[in-house]
Structure formats: C-alpha cells, structure tokens
Write a protein that binds this ligand. Sequence first.
Ligand SMILES: [Zn+2]
Length: 270
Amino acid sequence: MEIVEAESRGVHYWAVDTWAEQGLRHGFCGADIDILTGQEQWERAFSSPGAEARLLLLEQVHGKEIARIGDFPGSTGFGNENLPGASIAEADGWLVYRGGAQLNSCFFGIKTADCFPVLFQGGRGELAGALHCGWRGSCGGILREAIMQACSLGMRAEEIQIAVGPGAQICCYCVGSEVAEQCCDAFERSGGCRMRTSQDVIEQRGSKLFCNLRALLTAQAVSCGVLPAHIVYSSHCTICDHRFFSYRRQKDLSGRQVSFITGAFHSSNM
Ligand SMILES: [Zn+2]
C-alpha cells in the first residue's frame, strides 16, 4: 500500500496503488487543475466511456461535520436520488456507505491548499470517504469523527485504510504558539505522547515552531483502532513543492487542488 503517481488525459495526480488495483477510483490532484475554476476540465479528464464523471464539492468551513451519502439510518438528507450539484452542504468531509451502482460516476471531492486531504475506504468497497483536515478540523477531531461514524455502521476500525495526501508538512509549516498548543493538546488526547514515535506533533527550530499535522492525524486514527500499516502518506509538501497550490506560498492568488474518491468499486471481479 503506497501512494504513487498517475495520470488521466494529461492531468497528473497521485493514488494508492492497491486501491487502484482493486478498482476504487480516487486520487490527489495537484496544480494541473485549479478546481475553483476548472471543475469542467476535471470532469472531462476523469470521465470514462459511458460514465461522465460528476464531481461533488462541499462548502468547507474547517469544522468536523461530515456529509453522509448512501444507505444508512440517520443520513443527513443527501439521498442517492437527489444528489444536487456543487457545494451541496457546509461540511468538511464525505462518508459514503453502500453507495451502489447509481453512484458509480459520482466523485466526492475535497478542496485544499496546504490543509491535508484525507481519503479512506473499508469493507471491500462498502465504505469510502474524504476529509478536509487543516489544524482546526484536525484538532476538532474530524478524522476521529469519521472513523467513529464508520464503526457505528458496523465497520471495524481494523478494516479501514487511510491515505493522507499532500499538505503543509513539517519542513515548512510554521505555526504560532497558540496553534502549537492546541495541536499538542489534541495529540496528547489521542495518546500521541505514548506512541514513542520519533516524530512529535510540534518541533522547535530556533525560536520557530513547526507543526507535523500528519503525526496528529496518525495518533487519532491509531487511537481509534486503525492499524498503523493501514495508513499511507504522501511525502509532498504543498508549501515547498510547486506542483501544488499553497495558500502559504501564494496567498490570495492560490488556487485549490482537489482530492476525490468514488463511493463504489468499479472492478467487476470484486
Ligand atoms: Zn516543505
């Protein structure tokens, strides 16, 4: 299980090798497409013969609300039959459960520029999702929320696989003392201080503090029972790698990259 480079009609993106082999269409795009203006371009690039790709996006607000799609009780009301167009809800994540064939060409997208996009799947295609994880959402526990919701549907945490995409990595992600403190608190609440990993959530270099949000996300997932071997990471840093949009580097001129996942496996051999 590894994140590898891929390409669709000239658009570069990154994907989890084993998920792609299983027929789960998903990926982390970079700056080839600014999804704020390029949704049609994206849909053209990822359509397949007879199945026009349809990308659904959220009104993201750095919270921990998750839009739920599919066949389960207590759905937030976005039924399969009436999935509306873009920006359907204020939420920072998608949880798709038993989406079924009618969702085959629907892609659930997350926009980012430095925040981490997180994709997950479990139960051999029964469950898939995408999350927008900046420091606020991560400290607020959006990943834990997604895993708990999945488990409440009968999924076991050991069945869930998680891919953390390109974001602001510890090489560049300088934060103020208040953010650092909140990240440390959240890390400790997730048992992070007991993990004995070489990486901590905050690293001090001179007078500056750098944040390793990946470590916090990992601690949260592992504390919920996800196996460390079921978590993979992109090593790309959006701030220093110019193949990505970065709000830190480009300020208001920054576009947004999209990360996406479908709600169902496409392969006929599943
Ligand atoms: Zn960097």
